[in-house]
Design a protein around this ligand. Structure first.
Ligand code: FAE
Length: 526
């Protein structure tokens, strides 16, 4: 066997995957025990959240071989259980020494590649999911279809009828969206917070709505009867759910794996991308261990590249690659960014004499207050759980508002980090709505603005829904192909221009379905 054959055989053995043609060599300049490995693959997807999972499934179904690179851990394969809110552990944070939940970060941690990460900017903190399944591992599972009028306003060039008749029903089916049984909701002590929230909203003159979810409510009923291990009823959610939740690893990604055409490489973080003269791409990545140490420097080479690293991840990759090695980027990249109008608030002293909002709370939200049609104060809010293991007589709300003033994302070469042009002026309408809402609720029901949870009662800096910066039809063509590129695509939350009026993953999934269907039809991956 000559050196070339040896190299090829070693990598095929390592990857165990027949369609990777790879080269492995010991880097001459051995850097802290790392070796450099070069991997060839026809199509690479970066990121295994909603956009990445949809792209992987549809390409694999079309007979394409796909390699998916995910910086987070494959939890199912690793066999490590997720932690719950009251006993944070390995899954609780991405390589941090302390917990990073929105409140009560009193727990110390040994750094581990956990599921939840927080990106801190000057005036806003953004939470994201890490791991195979992306945000679906840590989110509350609220599967909300946007209001048709608002969808049309946000995406005037899309065929709304096709979305409401085809893509939205399709993704609800694929994501296994279901609705809680009303009788269970009425009887279950773990949903007192929702019943109180709805009663109080009605008393204050607000309209409420039932919110669908990907958590299997039949499973939850069995949890309640102690027939199966508990998850939502055992404070599991933002650090992962061990049971019950249909996260992407159980839906789209599982189906894609079953085709035999997908290989997922977890703990692989892409640092930057280069456009080659022949219009192919070279990716510089690092394989890490669960403590964050670099095991191997890797170079991937592909003809077609899909960026699905989530809004902030995709922007980081594009802007950093532009700064590091002149990856061409269109002038619209980074523009039209928004927090989906996220604005948290809460109320203390909620029904303190009648058991408050309940000492036991399910982690899965099922109630919402819909004030979207109010011209002066349009908002939607989730009646959110606050499972703290005791009754804190506190109601928590995540408001979703319009984004009147968009932000902008750029790259700071000196710090090598993203910069976000976003301050109080971007959240003026959100604060006004939150004030109006809390005042009206307190007037009708008693209670105070929640100083207990937030400075001055408002969490303007809490963002779970970063959107935009790579907007469909602006930075990309009508199907997510980046302008100025022939083989580079973006399929994730960054395609949505900063706002969608409800929790976004149903829309992200539907847009991804629409884009990949059309890209495949146009023979982009032939
Ligand atoms: P996302 O799901 O973020 O996936 C991106 C993936 O790319 C992640 O797994 C990253 O680890 C990976 N990645 C990033 N950079 C790299 C890199 N350089 N190399 C390799 N891999 C990389 O993207 N939305 C709802 O609709 N309903 C909810 O109830 C809800 N609750 C939420 C609760 C929390 C605590 C959080 C944080 C979010 C919540 N969201 C909710 C938002 C939702 O999860 C989010 O919009 C989607 O997950 C975004 O999907 P993407 O496909 O854009």
């Amino acid at each position: 066997m000559n050196r070339k054959e040896f190299i090829k055989t070693s990598v095929l053995a390592i990857s165990g995957f027949y369609f990777l043609q790879s080269n492995l060599f010991q880097a001459a300049e051995r850097r802290t025990n790392t070796i450099k490995e070069i991997v060839e693959a026809p199509i690479i997807i970066i990121g295994s959240g909603y956009g990445g999972a949809v792209s992987a499934l549809r390409l694999c179904e079309a007979g394409k071989k796909v390699v998916l690179l995910e910086m987070g851990l494959n939890w199912e394969k690793a066999g490590i259980p997720f932690s719950n809110l009251l006993k944070p552990g390995k899954s609780s944070a991405w390589l941090k020494k302390k917990t990073i939940a929105p409140f009560m970060n009193i727990f110390s941690l040994t750094p581990f590649t956990g599921t939840l990460d927080r990106l801190d900017f000057d005036n806003i903190n953004i939470w994201v999911g890490r791991g195979v399944g992306g945000g679906s591992l840590v989110n509350g599972g609220m599967a909300v279809t946007p209001k048709e009028d608002y969808f049309k306003e946000v995406f005037p060039n899309l065929d709304a009828e096709r979305f409401y008749n085809h893509y939205f029903p399709l993704v609800r089916e694929e994501l296994k969206v279901n609705v809680i049984d009303e009788q269970f909701l009425k009887d279950c002590p773990y949903y007192k917070f929702t019943r109180v929230g709805e009663e109080e909203a009605h008393k204050a003159g607000f309209k409420t709505m039932r919110v669908p979810n990907v958590y299997d409510f039949k499973y939850m009923e069995k949890e309640f009867r102690n027939e199966v291990p508990r998850s939502a009823l055992n404070t599991e959610v933002i650090y992962g759910n061990n049971h019950g939740k249909n996260s992407l690893d159980k839906t789209y990604l599982k189906k894609a794996m079953d085709t035999g055409n997908l290989e997922i490489l977890d703990l692989h973080k892409v640092d930057h991308i280069k456009l080659n003269d022949d219009k192919s791409y070279t990716l510089n990545a690092q394989q890490i261990d669960t403590s964050g140490n670099v095991i191997t420097d890797k170079v991937f080479h592909c003809k077609k590249l899909i960026l699905s690293a989530g809004t902030m991840g995709t922007l980081q990759l594009l802007l950093r690659s532009n700064a590091v090695n002149n990856l061409p980027i269109h002038e619209k990249i980074g523009k039209n960014w928004g927090n989906n109008g996220n604005f948290m608030t809460g109320r203390n002293w909620v029904k303190p004499l009648s058991g408050g909002t309940g000492s036991k709370q399910s982690t899965i939200p099922v109630g919402g207050i819909d004030n979207w049609d109010d011209k002066e104060h349009p908002f939607f809010t989730e009646i959110a759980p606050l499972p703290m293991g005791m009754d804190v007589a506190t109601a928590l709300y995540l408001l979703i508002n319009r984004v009147d003033k968009k932000g902008e994302v750029a790259y700071d070469k000196a710090t090598q980090m993203l910069k976000l042009n976003w301050d109080e002026s971007n959240t003026v309408n959100m604060r006004q709505n939150a004030k109006y809402f809390v005042r009206k609720m307190n007037k009708a029901n008693g209670g105070t603005r929640s100083h207990f949870l937030f400075n001055n009662g408002f969490g303007a800096d809490i963002c779970y829904h970063p959107l935009g910066g790579c907007v469909l039809g602006e930075a990309t063509n009508e199907f997510g192909k980046l302008r100025d590129h022939d083989h580079l695509y973006v399929l994730d939350g960054s395609l949505i221009p900063g706002t969608i009026g409800v929790n976004p993953f149903v829309t992200i999934t539907a847009i991804a379905e629409y884009c990949i269907e059309n890209l495949i039809k146009q023979n982009e991956f032939a």
